[in-house]
Write a protein that binds this ligand. Structure first.
Ligand code: SF4
Length: 280
């Protein structure tokens, strides 16, 4: 049976093993549902997903319709359990940020004719020949560039500033590139495209098959390390301010809740091998 990992699981483990345990092993539902940044990111992604689905159905929405969709989804999914870490900012400021991102993206990219094949495309990538460990994820948007003959993996970012180095080291889109090559042919060219919405700019990189194969090995080793781990220490960092588990984190002098029946690691790993519904 295959064991599934998502990019965000791997990232969570590396950033803080204790948070990984709280979230994916103990499955603790935090009091704080999400951060405002996560809410903003999700809603902007939903609006762009809706836009491109409409375009595929030959019904290009107007800019007003796009903003209306975003605002109504924001209201539907809003909960007071969302935290705002930056005290100088209000919920309204974040709502407006999304409006600005979407309006600028719309004006720059209309008529959205870059040959979108699929939005929110699910990918599964085996890390080994036996399919023991698999990566599952979703590509924001996949296009086929008719001028260059390249597949393009598009990813939207609502965070502020990228560095070229961080994009070169980005594992998420590289893993997705590998999955696309496995689907359409290893000889196909795949370009990774990041849209930094706060800057209204896109950045793109292509990796060689050798670079992608080396990355797959690196990720496989990381998965094997997680599988072999029994110790999940906290790792304090600036990110703790945005952590939904801070109120139960011993690194901050708080007591974690008692887990009713402590499952064996084998039971937990078996459970985690089931396909996940949510890849947050
Ligand atoms: S508050 Fe910080 S140290 Fe504690 S679980 Fe969250 S990320 Fe880890």
């Amino acid at each position: 049976m295959s064991k599934f990992y998502s990019y965000s699981r791997l990232e969570t483990f590396e950033k803080c093993p204790l948070k990984f345990k709280f979230k994916y092993i103990d499955k603790i539902i935090p009091e704080v549902e999400k951060t405002i940044e996560a809410h903003l990111g999700k809603l902007v992604h939903s609006a762009l997903e809706w836009l491109y689905k409409e375009v595929k159905n030959k019904k290009t929405p107007s800019i007003d319709e796009l903003i209306k969709f975003y605002v109504s989804e924001w209201e539907k999914e809003f909960t007071p359990k969302i935290i705002v870490v930056r005290k100088e900012m209000t919920f309204g400021d974040y709502l407006n940020k999304g409006v600005e991102f979407l309006a600028a993206y719309y004006l720059k990219n209309k008529p959205f004719d870059d040959n979108t094949i699929e939005v929110e495309k699910q990918i599964n990538l085996s890390l080994d020949d036996e399919g023991k460990y698999k990566i599952r994820g979703f590509i924001d948007r996949l296009t086929y560039n008719l001028s260059t003959g390249e597949y393009e993996i598009h990813d939207y970012k609502t965070a502020n500033s990228p560095s070229i180095e961080s994009l070169k080291n980005d594992r998420q889109l590289s893993l997705y590139s590998l999955a696309i090559k496995e689907l359409f042919g290893k000889d196909k060219e795949v370009r990774m495209v990041w849209h930094f919405l706060a800057l209204n700019k896109k950045f793109h990189i292509k990796k060689t098959n050798e670079e992608l194969t080396a990355l797959k090995e690196e990720v496989k080793r990381l998965v094997e390390k997680i599988e072999a781990t029994n110790d999940f220490p906290p790792k304090k960092s600036a990110l703790c301010s945005w952590c939904e588990y801070k109120s139960i984190c011993p690194a901050w002098g708080n007591a974690p809740p008692k887990i009713e029946k402590q499952k064996s690691l084998e039971e937990i790993k078996e459970e985690n091998s089931k396909p996940l519904d949510i890849w947050g």
